[in-house]
Design a protein around this ligand. Structure first.
Ligand SMILES: CC(C)(COP(=O)(O)OP(=O)(O)OC[C@H]1O[C@@H](n2cnc3c(N)ncnc32)[C@H](O)[C@@H]1OP(=O)(O)O)[C@@H](O)C(=O)NCCC(=O)NCCS
Length: 311
């Protein structure tokens, strides 16, 4: 029989769970007043940011903005933007993150997981696609200044490990050197007519049946599925109605990747399989609930003194 013992001196080792709401951001007020400034505190490189006008345009287009709200402190703790292609179930995350004081506690990881579940329920999202910098090709990419490159490579390696810990499958054969394997390329983030060659694509399955269909027992992934994910992700970014041919005609990088993947004889591709480094920092006890901004506004309207609270 298991019994739970309580030791006074250890009380702080089991603090009450920190409570967060993951608010679906529906209004411009919350988008520009909370979401956008929080994004700017997490991603400090101006090149990674967009203007409020661009964000409002995305909101009008139906993209799903989420704000992580610390209920006790009554302040924003993180953000995520998700974009979905309902016809295929593919979901893409351009930004996700938590403020520095909330990092390394498992909170960001739990947030992405919770949002994916919500997106599956709401739109039938079956898998999430992300891109993550390739630490190897980053070195010669010119993407970082010489005094930043070593840090950037270290963070990129940790991030790949972090995403794999979150069950993302990274499409890359880590047993082969660059030049002897499929090389992921995408339209440049600054100039989409350029070819950006320092990322990998990764996929997480929300639908286990889909995973079973496209993954082999030894961790290979269907080439046709990777190809479809690549086009879906680019459709999400460049125009949901664009055909594969239009994407290839409009963006040299997309054509290059399509040629490279089509040149592979095998039906499956290798995925990263080196041992995952376990998390060493402790995971905080948290409760996270996805809530609608509207329902929060109604709750707070009932209490006029607390109108601005998102608890
Ligand atoms: C990446 C991030 C969302 C992880 O959330 P988290 O809840 O802190 O994650 P966990 O506690 O489960 O794991 C901690 C991992 O976060 C990553 N991390 C921690 N601090 C980080 C930082 N300043 N920058 C980037 N990644 C960081 C590390 O991979 C770390 O794992 P490791 O120490 O084993 O390498 C969070 O660190 C963050 O918001 N970083 C800045 C924004 C970002 O890089 N977003 C992802 C790309 S869009």
């Amino acid at each position: 029989m298991t019994t739970t013992k309580r030791f006074k001196g250890l009380a702080n080792q089991n603090p009450a769970p920190q409570s967060f709401n993951i608010i679906r951001v529906n209004s411009q007020r919350l988008l520009t007043g909370q979401w956008s400034p929080t994004l700017g505190q997490i991603f400090t490189d101006p090149q990674d940011l967009e203007t409020n006008e661009q964000l409002i345009e995305r909101q009008r287009d139906g993209e799903d903005f989420f704000l992580l709200w610390d209920v006790a402190k009554r302040k924003a703790a993180g953000i995520e933007l998700t974009q979905i292609l309902p016809q295929s179930g593919a979901m893409y995350i351009p930004w996700t993150g938590v403020l520095p004081e909330y990092r390394n506690l498992g909170i960001g990881a739990a947030m992405t997981h919770e949002i994916a579940g919500h997106m599956r329920q709401r739109y039938g999202a079956s898998h999430t696609i992300i891109e993550a910098e390739d630490p190897v090709r980053l070195r010669t990419s010119g993407a970082y200044a010489p005094d930043e490159i070593e840090d950037a490579i270290a963070v990129a390696a940790r991030r790949i490990n972090f995403w794999r810990r979150q069950n993302f499958v990274v499409v890359d054969d880590n047993t082969k050197p660059v030049g002897e394997k499929l090389s992921y390329v995408r339209p440049g983030s600054a100039d989409d007519q350029q070819i950006q060659a320092y990322d990998h694509m990764a996929v997480r399955f929300h639908d286990p049946a889909l995973r079973d269909r496209v993954m082999t027992a030894d961790g290979q992934i269907s080439k046709a599925f990777v190809r479809a994910c690549y086009f879906d992700m680019n459709r999400i970014q460049f125009g949901k109605d664009l055909t594969d041919t239009q994407l290839r005609d409009n963006y040299p990088a997309i054509d290059q990747y399509a040629r490279a993947i089509d040149a592979i004889a095998s039906d499956t591709l290798a995925t990263r399989n080196e041992a995952i480094i376990e998390k060493t920092s402790p995971t905080a006890a948290t409760t996270l609930n996805v809530v609608q901004e509207q329902s929060i506004a109604m709750m707070t309207a009932a209490n006029s003194k607390r109108r601005a609270a998102y608890n």
